[in-house]
Design a protein around this ligand. Structure first.
Ligand SMILES: NC(=O)C1=CN([C@@H]2O[C@H](COP(=O)(O)OP(=O)(O)OC[C@H]3O[C@@H](n4cnc5c(N)ncnc54)[C@H](OP(=O)(O)O)[C@@H]3O)[C@@H](O)[C@H]2O)C=CC1
Ligand SMILES: O=C(CO)[C@H](O)[C@H](O)COP(=O)(O)O
Length: 476
């Protein structure tokens, strides 16, 4: 320790903070820790084993600040929203002007933008993904803020991050709230990927009548192919798990109402502000909302009868291929959203770099990300679905996605994310769609005008009282 002082501080020893503090200490950095509930700090350090030698437990914010070598860097790992503002407000008066606060929790990136603008000292917003296991042994880290501030802690971030070969999955992706924005989109993709897997799980369970161990075997087999990913791997583990209390398959004992802390909802709301379509992600957020309406769903079942029927017209290969197509479309929507936000905010987030950061450590890590990074690198500005490698994969697999969505609909299995992914794919390959009718309707009831195929703007239909007068000359 430098003059007996720690290199960095960390506030919030919950699931993520405790794991991150242990990771930091394990990588050789002394870390001073503080938690709102003091007993948690005491127990954490008491249980830290050899790592305790590189930890300084503190019981007041003043003691925490005194324990860190200046210029200080302090990580916050507390819930998003007011707790972060409160913590900053309590901490900042105790700090020197050049001390750095790093919010490593999930934050709404607009709040991070605001905190950067309001900050009276250095501030970074850093997205950390990987859950407890990732935080402990190597998460993906998406930094946002001033490069000079990032440089002060870069060695720690690179050391604690997951690695893909020799490459650390940690980087400063952009200014202000860019790191939290990228983490938010990561979580949006996470929602959509999880929902698609859950939809296929429903078909295997209710449609095929398979048992949980057999479903776990299917997921485990898929985890050896193109779908290889953390989410498929843990889906297998979850399907195989037994409930400790009853000995029953755990999945039969978990109430089917999905929780959410806000990142998926933020992604969906932001996409609407940007007018950038991410329908599979939005559908996944809606599906969580629907899942929470248990009592209403039960009343619906009593009134109309249970929807999902047994059917055996889909083999496992078709389901796997549908998930491959669906997965590509989830990520494609996420990357398009990052590109759109860059344009709106004047940010320059490097999409291939984001794909590389997500290859290890994070929840959406998947073997496909290597090819995604290469595709985005080779075709800058292109939607992932139109890059040659993924376009070919979609050509090979969209038929399977179509069959799964169609058969599921025929047999009463809701597949909102898979269906939305397919509708996006079809809409995005339809040069002349159906919006002409909407423009005609808008003009009919509101004289909103439309653009004519001859290039004239603000034309009206024959229902307009006055003769349509072009406001602009034809485009040449
Ligand atoms: N769990 C996960 O998989 C991931 C979580 N995150 C993000 O990391 C952050 C922390 O999450 P997680 O560790 O799961 O949460 P936990 O609920 O496990 O821990 C929360 C921590 O914050 C402290 N805390 C809560 N409210 C306040 C407050 N008002 N003021 C000060 N401290 C407070 C708690 O202290 P006390 O002991 O006193 O209650 C506790 O140490 C969140 O932003 C979350 O979204 C990011 C990636 C993954
Ligand atoms: O950031 C995470 C993973 O990447 C957190 O686990 C987050 O809580 C997941 O979101 P939700 O709770 O809404 O499912």
């Amino acid at each position: 320790m430098q003059d007996g002082q720690a290199r960095i501080g960390l506030i919030g020893l919950g699931t993520m903070g405790a794991a991150l503090a242990s990771n930091i200490a394990e990588k050789g950095f002394e870390v001073a820790v503080f938690n709102r509930t003091t007993q948690v700090t005491r127990e954490f350090v008491a249980d830290a084993g050899d790592l305790a030698a590189r930890m300084v437990p503190t019981e007041t914010l003043e003691a925490l600040v005194a324990a860190i070598a200046p210029p200080r860097a302090i990580i916050l790992m507390v819930p998003a929203g007011q707790p972060v503002d409160d913590q900053i407000a309590a901490l900042r008066p105790l700090l020197d002007a050049d001390d750095l606060i790093i919010d490593c929790g999930n934050a709404n990136f607009h709040e991070t933008d605001r905190r950067v603008a309001e900050a009276t000292g250095p501030f970074l917003g850093v997205g950390v993904s990987g859950g407890e296991e990732g935080a402990r042994h190597g998460p993906a880290i998406m930094g946002g803020g001033d490069p000079a501030h990032w440089a002060r802690v870069e060695d720690i971030m690179l050391a604690i991050a997951a690695h893909h070969g020799d490459e650390p999955c940690a980087a400063l992706v952009g200014p202000e709230g860019a790191g939290h924005f990228v983490k938010m989109v990561h979580n949006g993709i996470e929602y959509a990927d999880m929902q698609m897997i859950a939809e296929v799980y429903g078909i295997l369970r209710e449609g095929h009548g398979m048992g949980y161990d057999a479903i776990a075997d299917v997921f485990a087999r898929w985890d050896e192919g193109p779908l290889k990913s953390y989410l498929i791997e843990i889906s297998s583990a979850v399907a195989r798990a037994r409930d400790v209390a009853t000995g029953e398959p755990l999945l039969s004992q978990i109430i089917d109402a999905a929780g959410q802390k806000g990142t998926g909802r933020w992604t969906a709301i932001e996409s609407q502000h940007l007018m950038t379509p991410i329908p599979a992600i939005e559908a996944a957020v809606v599906a969580r909302n629907v899942s929470s309406r248990r009592e209403e769903r039960a009343r619906g079942e009593a009134m109309f009868g249970a929807a999902p029927e047994r059917f055996d017209t889909l083999d496992h290969d078709t389901l796997e291929r549908a998930l491959i197509a669906g997965k590509i479309l989830c990520y494609a929507q996420g990357f398009v959203m990052i590109a759109a936000t860059c344009e709106a905010h004047g940010w320059d987030i490097d999409l291939p770099q984001v794909a590389r950061l997500w290859r290890e450590g994070c929840i959406i890590r998947s073997t496909m990300l290597d090819d995604m990074a290469a595709a985005l690198e080779a075709h800058p500005g292109e939607n992932l679905m139109r890059t040659p490698f993924f376009a070919n994969l979609l050509k090979e697999n969209h038929g399977a996605l179509r069959r799964v969505v169609a058969e599921a609909a025929l047999h009463g299995h809701p597949t909102p994310a898979l269906s939305s992914g397919l509708a996006y794919f079809d809409a995005m390959r339809t040069a002349r769609g159906t919006a002409a009718l909407i423009q005609g309707q808008r003009d009919f009831f509101g004289l909103h005008g439309f653009e004519h195929v001859n290039g004239l703007f603000h034309q009206h239909g024959p229902w307009a009282r006055q003769t349509a007068t072009p406001k602009h000359e034809p485009k040449t």
